[in-house]
Design a protein around this ligand. Structure first.
Ligand code: ASP
Length: 404
């Protein structure tokens, strides 16, 4: 019998998870939710050693400072560009549909248990440099880990030949092992997705009721994400990357579905790297540099959502946003998306950055709380989709031959 392809298995698991979650009570969900838990734990287990070994081996193999600088600037420049495009798309839509005008503020819930206090931008930058790298590991401080790994990889190239060969070989091999473990975990994705989705659907309550009251706002975010994901990014793929968008989409469908179910770009990272390297044919050198960085700082979906949500809150409170204010929202939405961690609902917390920048009430977050989990699934998929597009486009610009 022919084996069903993994992405179809995941899709089936997704549908079964929805059905199971809708039909069963809390007790029945308890029977199967462990599958999701084990899967997420396994993914999280892989992430840090994977990022560490992939960046160190990637950077050590990139070689000279000049090469690294070029690749780094290109990658970061590209990521900022696409995030800005996403934000502008959201801004246009939110100005056309005006979802917050006339919104029922009585619907607002109290924000409980969400820490809305944040470091300033300067502090965040300073904290990228870890005081203690082991604390950065135990607290999953991704930017610090990336920073340290880039330094480590770079200075491997500056050591004597004996150490350089030994260390490069060592980290290449650790990376190989981590990818093998990743592929092993990936095989269980359908079970994980089933468990996660059933639990979420079961806990979500009456989705239809929510959709009714928040309909236009949700539609605004979702159509923005759809435009960015199915028009803007494919055009960039086609014309800058000279890549077939449809083929590339097929190549990365497993991580996209996983992003959708887990709402976490970090948890999806192992699958993203595997798919971009093996299915799209991007070299290990580029994947291991661009994707961990992308999962941490490149969040187009989140950026778009931040902008729409902030504008929605302003409209709901009847506060007029002039051009200057909207420009501030655009800039802070970009920063918020860069600063957001690749974990579920991180974007929601970052909204506070924007609200305080333009002087909107922080309680406004309560307005968008109820539907956030659903929107998170979509925006995370777009975040991951954009990372994969970025990796292929950059690989192309470095003259690589791809499979897509
Ligand atoms: N969940 C998103 C991600 O991991 C971040 C967000 O909440 O927007 O990419």
């Amino acid at each position: 019998m022919k084996r069903i392809k993994l992405h179809w298995q995941i899709l089936i698991a997704l549908v079964l998870g929805i059905v199971y979650g809708l039909l069963s009570g809390e007790k029945e969900v308890g029977y199967i939710s462990w599958m999701g838990e084990i899967f997420l734990r396994a993914l999280k287990m892989v992430i840090i050693p994977l990022i560490l070994s992939s960046i160190i081996s990637g950077v050590a193999n990139v070689g000279t400072a000049e090469n690294l600088g070029r690749l780094g600037l290109k990658t970061i420049g590209y990521y900022i560009l696409t995030s800005m495009m996403a934000i502008i798309t959201g801004l246009v839509l939110v100005n056309i549909f005006k979802p917050g005008v006339g919104a029922d503020l009585g619907f607002s819930k109290v924000v409980e248990g969400i820490d809305l206090t944040r470091d300033s931008f300067g502090q965040t930058l300073i904290k990228i440099i870890p005081e203690n790298i082991f604390i950065a590991f135990t607290e999953s401080k991704m930017l610090s880990i990336i920073f340290f790994s880039i330094l480590f990889g770079f200075f491997i190239t500056r050591t004597k030949e004996h150490s350089r060969k030994l260390l490069t070989g060592f980290f290449d091999s650790v990376f190989d092992v981590m990818m093998k473990i990743t592929m092993f975990v990936i095989r269980f994705t359908p079970f994980g997705v089933f468990g996660i989705v059933a639990k979420q659907v079961n806990e979500a309550g009456d989705i239809l009721e929510l959709a009714k009251s928040m309909g236009i706002y949700m539609l605004c975010v979702l159509s923005g994400l759809a435009i960015h994901g199915s028009v803007t990014l494919p055009l960039l793929l086609r014309f800058i990357g000279r890549v077939n968008p449809l083929q590339h989409f097929r190549a990365v469908s497993t991580p996209l579905l996983t992003a959708f179910s887990t709402s976490s770009s970090s948890a999806t990272l192992p699958l993203t790297m595997e798919a971009v390297e093996h299915n799209s044919g991007v070299s290990g050198k580029i994947t291991s540099f661009t994707l961990p960085l992308g999962a941490t700082i490149n969040m187009d979906g989140t950026a778009l959502y931040e902008c729409v949500a902030a504008m929605f809150i302003a409209q709901a409170y009847g506060i007029e946003m002039g051009i200057l204010q909207q420009a501030i929202i655009v800039m802070t939405a970009l920063l918020a998306s860069i600063g957001a961690a690749g974990i579920p609902m991180a974007g929601l917390v970052m909204i506070s950055v924007i609200l305080s920048a333009v002087g909107l009430p922080l309680e406004g977050v309560g307005l968008i709380l109820a539907v956030d989990r659903i929107l998170d699934m979509f925006r995370t998929s777009i975040n991951v989709w954009s990372d994969t597009c970025g990796a292929t486009i950059i690989a192309r610009s470095e003259g690589e031959k791809l499979k897509v």
